[in-house]
Design a protein around this ligand. Structure first.
Ligand SMILES: Cc1cc2nc3c(=O)[nH]c(=O)nc-3n(C[C@H](O)[C@H](O)[C@H](O)COP(=O)(O)OP(=O)(O)OC[C@H]3O[C@@H](n4cnc5c(N)ncnc54)[C@H](O)[C@@H]3O)c2cc1C
Length: 397
């Protein structure tokens, strides 16, 4: 065994990076290993929610995000070429009454830069191949991919931020309970010629019963197209660009992908000294804009529990919160996309009047991450104050 007894984070996606940054700022010097030799270039998560802007504010990352991103002030739902309902986020948060449009790749770059500036190091090309709890810690096997050399590490605890196919989850035999939607969803990032407002995310109900989610992509230079603003077009029919009625491509897609939509959560978010955060702990459709955001919040709660010596509370504090979010996002995703008669009915007759129902507030709170309080007692006091404020979200609306 190596004599290195530093805590270990596996995975340098947004969640592992956020955890590493929060912990580094507490003087903990975590070790973070990542299989990939280069950061992932895809836009993926397109929005940072107000909750995460609050949590990252003391690190200086929020200020950089605000410089590079652009506020998305609400959602517009379209049918037959008309806006049938518009939801604005005005008043949802005193400082950030919007979702900040910013590509995940840019978010990851800013988190990584802040972590490095705080004295951290990201060990790229290093893969965790196994982990097992033992007395007082975790025994971990790493592989250095450049030369295939193995390394055995003894760590006081391990944070598994290793994504949806988590090796740690499989190693420890943790059930990943939930279900998968039938069929695939498809996405394309492409420049569009459109009159759609870039200040809103758009959900279009198509004539064939499918839907499109359309939102601009903001961020670093690689997300700026010479053919105009880059947009994400996502839907549950293949070739989403061909379904567009309110817009037309102004150039070729820069990224196309398809994926299965699942709503799942680990049976436990901690097993012995191994803790799970982000997609390693829960996955759900992108419709609630929660995947990355919820994971960053996991990382913040985790880091604060480490700091206050309360790690044993992690599962009890996070599992109910994460489970409720997964269920809520599943509900909204069905509301937008399901072929079941009750959801088709709700789309046609309830959504157009949603602004006059409590469902409006529910949608806004879920999307912005302000649907639950942060655990009280985790300093700094300004975040505790935010928690107290957001524990009464109905009043904020
Ligand atoms: C198309 C799409 C759109 C999305 N839109 C949104 C959105 O609008 N809003 C939102 O909040 N979320 C969105 N998401 C979800 C978001 O991308 C994920 O929730 C987010 O990436 C999760 O971050 P993570 O750090 O937990 O996992 P990941 O980003 O998957 O990072 C895990 C990292 O661990 C590394 N790794 C894995 N196994 C090992 C190992 N054994 N050893 C070492 N390293 C390992 C991987 O290489 C990877 O870098 C979207 C996702 C997709 C695909």
């Amino acid at each position: 065994m190596s004599a290195d007894q530093r805590p270990l984070i596996v995975g340098a996606g947004p969640v592992g990076l956020a955890a590493a940054l929060f912990l580094q700022r507490e003087g903990l010097r975590p070790r973070i290993v990542e299989t990939r030799t280069e950061p992932a270039p895809q836009s993926k998560a397109l929005a940072v929610n107000p909750r995460v802007l609050d949590l990252l504010e003391p690190t200086g990352v929020t200020a950089r995000m605000l410089e590079l991103g652009s506020p998305v002030r609400g959602m517009q739902f379209h049918r037959n070429g008309k806006i049938v309902v518009g939801l604005k986020l005005d008043g949802i948060h005193s400082k950030y009454p919007f979702m900040l449009g910013l590509s995940q790749a840019t978010t990851e770059r800013l988190l990584a830069q802040a972590f490095l500036a705080a004295g951290g190091e990201i060990e790229r090309g290093v893969e965790m191949t196994s982990c097992q709890n033992n007395v007082g810690g975790v025994a971990v096997e790493l592989k250095h991919n450049a030369d295939g050399s193995p390394e055995s590490v003894e760590s006081p605890w391990l944070l598994a931020a290793d994504g949806a196919r988590s090796v740690a989850r499989k190693q420890l035999g943790v059930d990943f309970n939930g279900s998968t939607f039938p069929g695939e969803w498809y996405l394309a990032d492409a420049p569009l010629k459109t009159t759609l407002s870039p200040e809103f995310a758009h959900i279009v109900f198509c004539r064939d019963g499918g839907f499109l989610f359309i939102m601009p992509v903001f961020g670093d230079e690689e997300f700026q197209s010479t053919n105009g603003l880059l947009w994400r077009v996502l839907g549950n029919r293949s070739n989403p660009l061909a379904q567009l009625e309110e817009a037309e491509p102004a150039g070729p897609a820069v990224w196309e992908s398809s994926f299965h939509v699942s709503h799942r959560i680990n049976a436990a978010l901690s097993v012995g000294n191994v803790y799970f955060a982000g997609d390693a702990a829960h996955i759900h459709s992108p419709m609630g804009a929660r995947g990355m955001n919820l994971g960053v919040e996991d990382a913040w709660v985790f880091a604060n529990l480490v700091r206050t010596g309360r790690l044993g509370e992690y599962n009890a504090l996070r599992h109910p919160v994460d489970q409720r979010v997964v269920r809520e996002v599943e509900f909204f995703s069905k509301l937008i996309a399901s072929d079941a008669p009750q959801f088709r009915f709700a789309r046609r007759y309830v959504l157009p009047v949603v602004a006059r129902t409590p469902l409006q507030a529910r949608i806004k709170r879920t999307v912005t991450g302000l649907d639950h309080a942060l655990p009280l007692g985790l300093e700094p006091s300004d975040v505790a104050a935010i928690a107290a404020q957001t524990s009464r979200p109905q009043m904020a609306l």
